[in-house]
Design a protein around this ligand. Sequence first.
Ligand SMILES: Cc1cc2nc3c(=O)[nH]c(=O)nc-3n(C[C@H](O)[C@H](O)[C@H](O)COP(=O)(O)OP(=O)(O)OC[C@H]3O[C@@H](n4cnc5c(N)ncnc54)[C@H](O)[C@@H]3O)c2cc1C
Length: 350
Amino acid sequence: MSAALRGRAWKLLEMVTTPLLPSDYLDLVSPLRAGADLRGRIEAVHPETGDAATIVIRPGRGWRGHRAGQYVRIGVDVDGVRLWRAYSLTSPAKRQDGRVTITVKAIPDGKVSNHLVRRAKPGTLIQLDQATGDFVLPQATPPKVLYLTAGSGITPVMGMLRDTEFDDVVMVHCAPRPQDVIFRNELHDLVADKKLRLTEVHTDTDGMLDISRLDELVPDWAERETWACGPAGLLDAAEEHWSEHGVQQRLHTERFRPSIVVAGDGGEVTFSATGKTVDADGATPLLDIGEEAGVLMPSGCRMGICFGCITPLKAGAVRDLRTGEITEAEPGVLIQTCVSAAAGPCDIEQ
Ligand SMILES: Cc1cc2nc3c(=O)[nH]c(=O)nc-3n(C[C@H](O)[C@H](O)[C@H](O)COP(=O)(O)OP(=O)(O)OC[C@H]3O[C@@H](n4cnc5c(N)ncnc54)[C@H](O)[C@@H]3O)c2cc1C
């Protein structure tokens, strides 16, 4: 069929299907087709530990693939509300069947993580973004590698371990107890195959990892190209330690939450489009304040990197929780609600 004829046929279809669009009907029968908004279908949910599970997703035709270590933003409907979160891809980039996996740890009161770990069912459709992130392996092969991880911070590194083999790889991983170590069997298989040297730190019995213990656990740590992912305390300590030894260029970190350093006085927040006004403290991100108040807020990584949450600031002032910087309302001013808190009364156009 010629393009002109196809165009006329599509116009005719639009008239027939009004008020919906033909694509809305196509979404019902072929939601993963090329040209549709990028979606994925959950095909399986595999429990990993008591509170973590791997979700196998078949991405739609528009999926452009990923590099090991990258993450994907997914949109999940929880109790009728679409919520967006970021998850690292744990499948190797070259997985043959075209599926990808994410591995999610349920956190206390976590809306999306508990939904995915405990309630997600095969067959469910989710929204997907393209993979992104620069926590990836370099093109040139490093002679020695160290992976330093804790808790769910093991996920991007597992994507790397499954994707690329190196001659000399050491991993130090922290989790409360042996049974909390995600991917433990697979890690031990790699150790048995001499593809990995692994130290598990069980924080319930050993206490939190004191970063200076690396001298004893991995004596040549400073010579190793290092990828670290875990809670802020571990990453802050690692960044300081690597800097003190002048090898900070060898350390690559991935954070799941922003480092909140500054809080101040809050104020009354108005969400003018929704017509809601609530009191906010000066430490809670406006994204959380809005969601808590039942306002439909755009969101993304929730840590100030993806700009999926930007919203006009109509009046008042907000504080960037990472830097303390104050932004005042002016025409055209956009704020990242996931890392901004009220700095006095303000009006967010949502
Ligand atoms: C680049 C990137 C990659 C990520 N990869 C993974 C991954 O592979 N696996 C994974 O499980 N998670 C990952 N996360 C974290 C994930 O995006 C969510 O933040 C996490 O699942 C919590 O969402 P929730 O809706 O369950 O919690 P929410 O309902 O948003 O929050 C519930 C409570 O927990 C607190 N909270 C929010 N996030 C965290 C957190 N990460 N740790 C501790 N407390 C938190 C909130 O302040 C709130 O008090 C990643 C985040 C980023 C930015």
